[in-house]
Design a protein around this ligand. Structure first.
Ligand code: UT7
Length: 331
């Protein structure tokens, strides 16, 4: 039987218009452009404004653009996976809402939550459906309205996050391109360092949880930082070693955009020159599930068929991993 690979055959993205820059943020909390640029590397982030606007509104825009640009009719989509930590609502799945808005009627869809590694875990999942031979067009969308869970009076978390969505199309190929290998991990014990305290079944919303600001992101920054540097660097270097890849062999590192210092440390451990590292954290901040597809979207023009990419992330859970892909097309 011919071996099927799962390849990304199109990329799209959406960022909201409103720009919250460090100057404006420093009128809201006790911070400064200098601190944020030095410690995190973010200049500005996008915020989704508007009544009743949620994650699906951004995800839908990315998916719509993806379908148009790849010449895919909504009817042809077999499966849509949405990775998010900020679903429109607890249920139904945001994936279902995006499918409805995009006119996708012949597919099934579901959400996947793996913190900032969501898009990586989603890539792995999409690949398995494609490789089964039963699904020909799988849409993977990573979208988050992080501004809906950020406490804008907390200077430790408010500079970090932004809103955005990105989407990719996966299709089967018999060529030696697409996802080559993956190495994905979780350590649930890490949840104590990064989570949302209330709003789930353990602690449903109440006046008390709202007064105590327990619906916002809780993060112990330094603990997460230490684990992120080790997690992303070890896993990316491990993937290189497993496939005998030198830094010359790798065309691009596609790293989750949480902190410029985490990205730099990972690239240095991989011995990569800065020119081979995709970085847009300065413009968008940490958009959680959208960082990876947004990078691919922005760099699509520069990517060539056969380019070897290491995609790597670390996030709440803890979750982390690396995926090695060979890019499937010239744009
Ligand atoms: O994508 C999900 C995974 N998340 C991450 O990967 C995030 C990982 N963590 C980080 O990126 C960093 O830990 C942060 C950016 C969250 C914080 O940076 P840090 O260098 O670890 O700062 P810190 O928490 O150790 O704080 C250092 C100092 C403190 O002051 P003192 O106690 O030394 O006087 C903070 O109060 O910086 C202060 N500080 C600030 N100052 C100005 C904290 N936030 C700010 C701020 N502006 N926004």
């Amino acid at each position: 039987m011919t071996k099927l690979n799962a390849a990304i055959t199109g990329v799209a993205g959406y960022v909201p218009e409103y720009i919250l820059d460090n100057h404006e943020l420093s009128t809201m909390v006790d911070t400064s452009d200098e601190w944020i640029m030095t410690r995190i590397g973010i200049k500005e982030r996008r915020i989704l404004k508007g009544e009743m606007m949620g994650t699906s509104d951004m995800g839908f825009k990315a998916v719509n653009q993806l379908l148009k640009k790849t010449g895919t009719s909504p009817d042809e989509v077999d499966l849509l996976i949405c990775t998010t930590v900020t679903p429109d609502m607890q249920f139904p799945a945001t994936a279902n809402i995006i499918s409805d808005k995009a006119g996708i009627k012949n597919a099934f869809s579901f959400d996947l939550n793996a913190g900032c590694s969501g898009f990586l875990f989603g890539m792995s999942t999409a690949e398995k459906f494609i490789k089964s031979g039963q699904y020909k067009k799988v849409v993977l969308v990573g979208a988050d309205k992080m501004s809906s869970i950020v406490d804008y009076s907390d200077r430790a978390t408010s500079p970090i996050f932004g809103d955005a969505a990105g989407a990719v199309l996966f299709e089967p190929t018999t060529e030696d391109v697409g996802i080559i290998d993956e190495d994905l991990h979780v350590d649930g014990a890490g949840r104590k360092h990064l989570h949302q305290k209330a709003g789930g079944s353990v602690k449903p919303a109440s006046h008390e949880t709202i007064d105590a600001k327990e619906h916002f992101i809780y993060q112990e920054g330094q603990q997460v930082f230490k684990n992120a540097v080790k997690g992303m660097a070890d896993i990316s270097v491990g993937m290189m070693e497993k496939h005998n890849l030198t830094s010359e062999d790798i065309a691009w590192l596609v790293p989750h955009q949480a902190n410029m210092r985490i990205i730099t440390a990972t690239a240095q451990r991989m011995n990569l020159v800065p020119e081979k590292v995709m970085i847009n954290i300065e413009k968008y901040g940490n958009t959680t599930d959208a960082t990876l597809p947004l990078l691919l979207w922005e760099w699509e023009d520069k990517l060539k068929k056969g380019d070897k990419l290491i995609i790597s992330a670390f996030g709440a859970g803890f979750t982390w991993g690396a995926i090695y892909i060979k890019w499937a097309y010239n744009s």
